[in-house]
Design a protein around this ligand. Structure first.
Ligand code: FNR
Length: 407
């Protein structure tokens, strides 16, 4: 109990610290950091037991960050080579991985300096959930690869940052362990399995554990050719908490074989009916797929190419965003991920039709280097960069960003 009080105090202190450091010039940044934490941490944080010599990060500390690009090289010193290759790598030549970044560089933000606007308000909302800023944490598998607290640490970091964390089907810890570790809004990501009994069971458990929506990932009917994994002879050193006793064990190939190899509108309807929760369809790059998903009942679309890990040679998500947004025509919210590293990227995505962005690898690296505090540091850093960009571009609110035309 005393420990829990200490954690709460620490988290509230760190919020106050952010508030101070987030003040840009004389302007105040308004975000959910101003409110007390909505989500308490559990007395005891679950920890992963490693076997076979694998050893991940154990530090729980705030991070001094220069940017969210250099954090990758820092994380490489903490995460064993095979695990790091799995996290950082993309498919094939990694062209799409690079293009996800390059596409943002081809658009510019025009400074607006005489609008007389001061205070910047980062707050956003998605599917009825109020969040600190338009940045959420993407589902990413096997977070025990990075840190001993795995997805519990990620969930705590996201809760501390007052945002949503999506939990992967292939998480190290089980969805029940993660839900118990930290309050705060969470979504459950589903990789449809060939066995509908397993799908039903996962969806039922997610709802019972309090997950607020299902993120149905549709871009993984085959696994991308991640050459780093082949080079490193990487095999997953940890079991997948949600799938224990369900056949695949820790073997990633056996697991991939259990993933559904075709997904269509019927599958979306199945997930909707079975879960009784809103469904976000993740992994969309084409306007036609977006419309198909909406017609099947999707509550939101997540434009994603899995961080360049699936179809190498596919366009950057930022490239396809305007066409998908035009087709969606505001019928449902759009989340965009893949390549978000800077406040500028968030701004450009929102100005081009996205409502929210998803952060992938940088959150994983924050976890490796600093546990929940590292994740929180990464979120604070990106929020701070976004508020600076907004200030210099004359956008006071997220809605202002959406009305901005890029050059
Ligand atoms: C992922 N991603 C992912 N997506 C998903 O729907 N389920 C999953 O289990 C995983 N697992 C996963 C593991 C790792 C190590 C990474 C890096 C990514 C994709 C993820 O949700 C997101 O789409 C990308 O990470 C976004 O790109 P950036 O921000 O990493 O460039």
């Amino acid at each position: 109990m005393i420990e829990q009080e200490k954690e709460k105090k620490m988290i509230n202190d760190s919020r106050r610290g952010f508030l101070k450091s987030a003040a840009i010039g004389s302007a105040l940044v308004v975000g959910a950091e101003m409110s007390p934490i909505a989500a308490a941490f559990a007395d005891e944080i679950p920890k992963v037991t490693y076997t076979g010599g694998y050893k991940a990060g154990t530090a729980v500390q705030e991070l001094e960050l220069l940017d969210l690009v250099e954090i990758e090289q820092r994380a490489a010193k903490v995460i064993p080579k095979g695990g790091f290759g799995y996290i950082a790598g993309g498919a094939g030549d990694e062209w799409t991985l690079r293009e996800n970044r390059a596409a943002f560089e081809r658009k510019q933000i025009t400074p607006r300096v005489l609008t007389g606007k001061g205070a910047v308000d980062l707050r956003a909302e998605i599917l009825g959930i109020s969040i600190a800023s338009p940045i959420i944490v993407c589902p990413m598998g096997g977070q025990g690869l990075a840190h001993v607290t795995a997805e519990a640490g990620m969930a705590m970091g996201a809760a501390a940052g007052n945002t949503i964390m999506a939990l992967s089907t292939v998480s190290t810890l089980s969805m029940e362990q993660v839900a118990a570790a930290a309050g705060g809004p969470k979504w459950f990501q589903l990789y449809l399995q060939t066995d509908d009994g397993v799908n039903r069971d996962l969806l039922r458990r997610a709802k019972a554990a309090g997950y607020k929506a299902i993120v149905l990932t549709v871009d993984s009917t085959a696994t991308g050719n991640r050459e780093a994994d082949a080079r490193n002879n990487f095999t997953f050193p940890l079991p997948f908490g949600n799938l224990v006793g369900k056949g695949s064990g820790g073997n990633i190939h056996a697991l991939n074989a259990s993933f559904a190899q075709k997904i269509d509108a019927k599958a979306i309807e199945f997930v909707l009916t079975e879960s009784g929760l809103p469904v976000i369809v993740k992994g969309i790059s084409s306007p036609d797929d977006a419309l198909l998903a909406i017609r099947a009942g999707a509550s939101a679309i997540q434009i994603s190419n899995h961080g360049g890990r699936q179809l190498d040679g596919s366009p950057a998500t930022f490239t396809v965003l305007p066409a998908v947004a035009k087709a969606v025509d505001r019928k449902v919210p759009i989340i965009l991920d893949s390549g978000i590293r800077r406040g500028q990227d968030v701004f450009k995505a929102l100005a081009s039709g996205a409502d929210i962005v998803g952060l992938g690898r940088p959150a994983y690296y924050g976890l490796a280097l600093g546990g929940w505090k590292g994740v929180h540091s990464v979120l604070k850093f990106l929020n701070r960069e976004l508020s600076m960009v907004m200030q210099l571009a004359g956008a006071q609110t997220v809605e202002d960003i959406k009305r901005t035309n890029l050059a």
